[in-house]
Write a protein that binds this ligand. Structure first.
Ligand code: ZN
Length: 311
């Protein structure tokens, strides 16, 4: 196990984009401030997509501007294409994340481009970043890398081919996502071994959904393969649009608990995370939140006992 791991909060993007409601900007800023106060230092704050396609994230520029006022915070945004990337560069995001579907069918449905057309776009994004003299880093998020609701099986050889192509196009880091919650720990170990062979330490982030209850188990498999950064959503937001009520991303607070219990440092404060989760439940009244830690709290073994405090 590593000594330290990073939990990247993706709730303000992955968690909110699926909701029918549009969360007010002030609420997003309060969430990001709360996450920062709880120790989170990497947050995906939104996405530069046309507002008519995703009104939930139309205020991304404003949210990003706020995030950039928090010292030491790495603020990332998701962008589907060069146009979005140009905005991310202009607004000085620390990192722009481009989704690249390993599933041909998902890529066409989601982005109306083949995976190889997205790779070509990556080259244009890299050129635009360099031409702007920008410090915004470029990451590819390999989505549907472990299965796809449209296509079914996704071949690991195709994931590896696209990772290599993305790196050749000038991408600086790779994350791998089980977008639809099909993965199990053995699949994670097999795929990650192959991706690490081509990407080395440029592959350091994994993104799991808990759709079928294997989110934390898959995080564990990723950690054992040397992955040091894991995406998560407070309250396990980010359910599946095709399965109403289904659990979403791995819950930030549960993942933080698993890591802390194993002695892996995350820098997160549980009381603050749980309090923030309570606030989030209020902000999103009527939405289903997930996760387990908030029900039972920390075990006695992870709490200083009164006699120890007074001694
Ligand atoms: Zn996701």
């Amino acid at each position: 196990m590593p000594q330290r791991a990073v939990i990247r909060e993706v709730g303000p993007r992955d968690g909110l984009q699926i909701l029918q409601r549009v969360v007010p900007t002030a609420t997003k800023l309060a969430w990001i401030r709360g996450a920062y106060d709880a120790g989170q230092r990497e947050i995906e704050v939104g996405s530069f997509v046309p507002a008519r396609l995703m009104p939930q994230l139309a205020d991304t520029a404003e949210v990003l501007a706020f995030a950039k006022t928090l010292p030491g915070l790495t603020a990332s945004v998701l962008v589907p294409n060069l146009k979005g990337a140009e905005r991310a560069i202009a607004e000085e995001a620390d990192l722009l994340l481009v989704p690249l579907s390993a599933s041909h069918a998902h890529s066409l449905a989601n982005l109306r481009k083949t995976p190889d057309e997205v790779v070509a776009e990556l080259g244009r994004i890299r050129a635009a970043r360099d031409a702007a003299g920008s410090r915004t880093r470029i990451e590819v998020g390999m989505s549907t890398a472990l299965g796809c609701t449209i296509q079914g099986e996704v071949k690991s050889s195709e994931v590896v081919r696209l990772v290599q192509a993305a790196l050749d196009a000038g991408v600086e880091s790779i994350s791998v996502a089980d977008t639809v919650g099909y993965a199990d720990p053995a699949m994670v170990a097999r795929l990650f071994e192959q991706v690490l062979k081509v990407a080395g330490d440029r592959f350091h982030t994994a993104h799991f959904h808990d759709t079928r209850g294997l989110g934390l188990a898959n995080c564990m498999a990723a950690l054992q393969m040397g992955i040091r950064k894991l995406d998560a959503c407070l309250g396990g937001l980010g359910g599946c649009p095709h399965a109403p009520g289904a659990s979403g991303n791995v819950a930030t607070e549960d993942l933080a608990y698993m890591l802390a219990s194993m002695g892996v440092e995350t820098g997160l404060d549980f009381d603050k995370l749980i309090a923030l989760r309570g606030q989030l439940a209020g902000w999103l009244e009527g939405e289903t939140l997930h996760g387990s830690l908030w029900r039972a709290g920390l075990p006695r073994t992870m709490r200083p006992q009164p006699e120890e405090v007074s001694a």
